[in-house]
Unconditional design. Structure first.
Length: 109
């Protein structure tokens, strides 16, 4: 789907954050909904992905060796909460298994 979408044209995405505005809001309690009325979203960036063809042998080979890890960030930008700490473990292990199965060296950007 991404291949077809980017073949047709540019994709623009808005990046929003929802800052904590009250003491009862916790990144640790994923069952508590932060009401938008109490903690509105703010747009902090617009991401433009240009029209492109990324389905080439060289880019596919590169893609098989890269691993996504949202923890590759400045300390103050690292993910919060128990769900994100679990994601760190799962993403890392899945990446290692995939690289081992494909017999490729593990790389992170």
């Amino acid at each position: 789907m991404m291949k077809a979408t980017l073949k047709r044209g540019e994709v623009v995405m808005k990046f929003l954050i929802q800052p904590k505005t009250a003491d009862n809001q916790s990144a640790e309690d994923c069952m508590y909904e932060w009401k938008e009325k109490e903690a509105p979203f703010y747009e902090v960036a617009t991401i433009h992905i240009p029209r492109q063809n990324f389905d080439t042998p060289d880019l596919n080979k590169l893609g098989e060796t890269l691993s996504f890890n949202c923890w590759n960030a400045l300390p103050e930008h690292r993910p919060l909460g128990s769900i994100n700490r679990m994601r760190k473990i799962v993403y890392e292990r899945i990446s290692r298994v995939r690289n081992e199965m494909n017999s490729v060296e593990r790389r992170e950007p």
